[in-house]
Design a protein around this ligand. Sequence first.
Ligand SMILES: Nc1ncnc2c1ncn2[C@@H]1O[C@H](COP(=O)(O)OP(=O)(O)OP(=O)(O)O)[C@@H](O)[C@H]1O
Length: 969
Amino acid sequence: VEPGGPPGDGGVPEVWGTSRSGEDSVKVLDRRGLRSCRAERKQRRGGGVRKLPDSRKRVQVQRSSTLHNPVVMFSTRKTWDLDHAPCLQELWKKDISLDASSVDFLMSDGEDEGSFLSLPTAAFSHRPSLSTELSETNAPSQQQLIQALQDKVCDFQARLRSEEVSRHLLLQQLKERSIREEACLQRRSEDRAQGVRVLQLSDRLRCPEEEQLVTRLHTQVEELEEKLSDQTQVVERLRSELGATDLEKQLELLLVENQRLKQELKSCRSSELQSLDAAAENCSHCPHRQDVESLQRQVSLWENQARQRERRLAELEPELLEKTSRVESLRRQLEESRRQLEESRRQLEESRRRQEEAERKLSLRLRECEEELARQARVQYVTQTVEVDSADSLRAMAELQTKNAGLQEQLCVQRTLLRELENQLHESQRTCAQLRTQILVYEGEMERAQGQLEVEMQNLEEEKNRVIEEAFVRAESEMKAVHENLAGVRMNLLSLQPALRTLTCDYNCLKRQVQEFPFMLDKAITEAKQEICQVISEVSSTNQELLCKYKREMNLRKKCHNELVRLKGNIRVFCRVRPASPEVQDSADSKNMLSFDSEDDAVLYLSNKGKMMTFDLDRVFPPKATQEEVFQEVQSLVTSCIDGFNVCIFAYGQTGSGKTFTMEGAVDNPGINQRALRLLFSEVTDKAPDWDYRISVSMVEIYNETLRNLLGENPSDKLDIKMNPDGSGQLYVPGLTEITVQSPEDINRVFELGFMNRATACTNLNEHSSRSHALLIITVSGVNSATGNRTQGKLNLVDLAGSERIGRSGAEGSRLREAQCINKSLSALGDVINALRGRHAHVPFRNSRLTYLLQDSLNGDSKTLMMVQVSPLSGNMSESICSLKFAQRVRSVELMSSSSSRRHENSSTSSSPTHDSVELDSPPVTPLPLPISRASSAGSSLSSASRTPSSSRRRSQSQLSTGRLKLTA
Ligand SMILES: Nc1ncnc2c1ncn2[C@@H]1O[C@H](COP(=O)(O)OP(=O)(O)OP(=O)(O)O)[C@@H](O)[C@H]1O
């Protein structure tokens, strides 16, 4: 706050404010003094009777405490709360407002005589009562006394007036003095302001040290920053110029030149190698070959050297990178130092700001202290003045001295505060010194870092120069070597020029040939195409001829096959001997009575009661023969069916001799039925492009001369055999189910269905199956897609019921009827075969359901195969002999043509063999003499005569197969 500035509404006591004139201030002080003097006088006048009211006393005490209480003053100064600190002016006003009369009295300035005189009036307001009291006590003396007193009063009043006048004068003097003092104060304030200025100046003088320090630090920081920026620029420049110095530029140029020369060398070498390779073929004995090889070796040597130098360069590159990284780390250190410097500068700024703040506070405090001191000095002066003037003034002076003592205390407190502030200042200076020391430390560190950086930079510079010089030297030497190599290569190229020219000539020649090659190729292709077309036309004509030949051959094959079958006999008889079952091997009847000819597979020897019987058949299968081997002999008949022939294969033999095994077989070892169907499928598949075949299957059972449809919905229904009404003379079975099969899976399903229906129709399947004939009828219909020719063949696969001698078995009842039916049908079969053998006019097909059903397959050019099943055991010898004799008889039969057959059938006058004549029901007992000579061998010993027909037929078959006999033979 500047002296003479705006009124201090805070901090500075209002008594020194400029809102009141100096006169007012004096007046106030004077009022105080007067008030206290008047109070004393009143007390004295009142003789201690009247006292001031408690409230007023309290106000006075409060006022003085307010005025002189240093706590309040210091509190305002301590807090510096300018808005809420109670100022003395307010307290003064508050004090005055408490007593309005005092205010009026005090504000009268002593000039208002009325008010001034009112005081005595007021003061002596009790006088009448006092006079009254005195008059009441002692009237005459009292009158005198009163008079005296009144005189005194007058005297007093006069004195008072004079005192008032003197006081007024004194006040005038005081006023003048105050004016002077005001002026003095003004001067002092000016001096103080000057002092403040001086103080500020001193502060400024004192601050410059710090400012100098700060400035110096700033300067140092700036210098360091400049250095840092310079160093950074140097580092950047070095970094940017790492490849940009003259040496490095030269190095780069050299490297580029080196690279270019290397590429040139490589291209020269490759062209040289190509030339050499080309020339090597043409001039393997060239005199330059050795030179070229030596040059190649030199080139490879130089290449190795170049590679080594490249490796050396690659090794040097990491060193350069390491140096660069070191420069980077130094730069980072420098950055860190700069950052620390920034931090210290910031701390310094902060401390400086704090110090300025503290100093500002101190100056304010100092100014207040000075003002207080000045105020105290004035009070002291007033006190001294009053002391001179009067005794009241002396008392007032005593009070003032008391106040002065309080102010002295305040001054002590202020001094204490001043000391504290000085301590704070010292503390700040110490902090400043510490910071200065710290800054010095930082400067030292920075200098050290800078020194290190400079050393590092110098080292790096030297290292860089050294490396560059080394690289330059190496590059120079390499370039020199490369130049030399290039000169050598050029020399080589010059020496290779003639070879190159030769090669060029060859190349041009070849090029011409290559250019002509497409035309030659086109010409050759055209010629080849013409030749190919010609060959294709020839081949197609040849194919046509071959196709015609093939068809002719196929027809011939068919004729040959038929002729072969015919030569073999339309009725063929095979015999299969089953193996002895393990159960009967240890029994008495387990002796093997059959033997075989190792050289002739159509002869079977039977030892019966010491006599050896020989049976000639078409084929004899021993027990070890497999199903496959059996089917191998049968399959030619099966394929005849595709050609439109009717074929009948039936198994004949005693019960348990293996008929079902041969025809049906087991699941994992199928018999003729399944194999025949599979063969038919494969055959028709082979002929599929030309022929479209359809294979249908029917299954029939004949039990007790009753025909049952095993594939029908109701297998128990009886079927009948009738003549076809279309007049073709063919037989057919109305209601017989035919299922078309197209795959082996269909065959399996058909067999399962037939087996299931057969089981449904009978209670005891095994027993029943052995007592009935089972027929599998396969019809194969084919259409030739090219010619439209149609064929139809029928394959009858018959599993006959077991032949049994009734007398031996002792059957009765139904078993007897079954046996009779079986024997009847078998006898009918024998009669038919006998009639066919004897070429009788009448063949009794209708004597049984079996023969009637098989009429198509037993007649004309049909082919029949009888598989005779026999057991080798001695216990079954009589049945075996009977079966074999029957087989031998059948074998002698030659089927007649269908026309003759039908003719014979129609002429029913021919003798029909009876059951007795055939004696199939008891063949072993009374065998009939066979009508053919071959049959005579049955039961006789082996003789060449008896074997002649069979042997001659097999011989003729073998001759036919070798083509030595005519087909008509
Ligand atoms: N060549 C053979 N190899 C192995 N086992 C066979 C052979 N022949 C027949 N058997 C077996 O002999 C047993 C009787 O054969 P199978 O039932 O075929 O006789 P069958 O003549 O059909 O009798 P039936 O007239 O009573 O029907 C069967 O268990 C069969 O497996």
